[in-house]
Design a protein around this ligand. Sequence first.
Ligand SMILES: [Zn+2]
Ligand SMILES: [Zn+2]
Length: 473
Amino acid sequence: MSTDRDQAGGLANERNDHSVSRRDVLKQGVAAAAGGAALLGTGATAFGQAPAVARGAQAGRRYRAFLTPPGGRPRGIETVILREIQAHQAVVRAEAAQACYTIVNLLAPPPPPAAPAAAAAPAAPPGAVLAGHGAVGIVEAVGSAVRRVQVGDRVIVPVTQNCGQCWNCLHGRGDFCSAGAGRNNAPIGDLADGTPVNFGLGGFAELLVSWEEQTVPVATDVPPVELSLLSCVMSTGLGLATKRMPVEPGMDVLVLGAGPLGLSAVQGARIQGANQIIVVEPVPYRRELAMKVGATTVLDPNAFPTMQALQQKIVGLCTPRITRSFAGARGPVAASGLGPYGPQFILEAVGGDRFPPKVPTGPDPTGVQTLQLAWAVCPTGGIIRTCGVGQPMGSTVTFPAGQWSNAGKTHLPGNFAGVNTFRDIPQFTRFVEKGLFDAKSLVGETFPLDRARDALQVAADRTSISGVVTFPS
Ligand SMILES: [Zn+2]
Ligand SMILES: [Zn+2]
């Protein structure tokens, strides 16, 4: 019987190698482009991926997921009954999913049910939401219109879609793709009592129903537990250092915060060829990790009596050995935030504490002083990239109006750090394969799905560099 995969295997044979081009991937899907089962002749799919186990109708499949149910019911593991997938959706069997600090608020008690509005039109029944921030897994089934991936592909389901068609995508800002707005609120399944289940940002579930625009093939044998970081923090950290306005070789780089995101930024700066990589982090084991993956200097902010003392230390580290001008008349190093010296590239990955950590906390749990430090320590012409989240509502950052333009400081905020998922996540995967990026060191503790709450707890407590939920293959 001839199949698409057989034909793709023929294409690969004609090239006389097993290489996979992006053109092949986009046209045929990764498994097909690599030759797939027919080429390997073993019944296994390419890259050691799991064989496809589900074809045809998806409706009625039951799987377990960590859910935020409506009505103030406790969050936890429940059984979801899948609805039929839509034409542009795929069903992905999860292999691993990281517990982001961004979502540790799921540990808080759920909000009470809202009082019904009098006289208002009856609202749609509130749905349950899948918790998580993306995942890595294997495509088990695809809708009739899906072209980017194929059954058997190992894929990253990142936190953002990348449709390539919306205003932001067309202007090079796939990290702000607007295709996801609303679509992830569409029910993909139901609980036994009929409560609809929405995908949300998914991840802590045995199955994910993802839109094609949010399903990125990564042809690789890198262990899934390491790949899981690519759905959010690792891609964001690497994006901060390597995308849109990347670190240039020889720059002095300051990284504020050495969580999994900051440590990814450290490695991105190292890959880019930074000169110094100075890391500020209050937690001792995280400072050690920073040195392991590429930092040249680590500083404990709690060892400095004031933020200004920390600022002066950083500026001093970035002051050249010879500071005289050709006229020999340059004055002392300024500590006013106007340079002339300091780290040319500053990456902020701190944010605010959602819960009191069980490890040493920094001098300012709100994270606002860190943002002020980023501005103050940035020299004339420097670049500041921020991505920390969780600063208290209503908090503000201030800076002298005269510096806004005249200090020549460039600020690029984070979100997904300018990452174009289909372009960049496969590239980041190659970084891991080639040994340029140490993902293994960023995997802290792993947990089965039944302990998803514990994965969130170690992230909230910061007792481990990361908590990852893994699924049996
Ligand atoms: Zn995240
Ligand atoms: Zn888009």
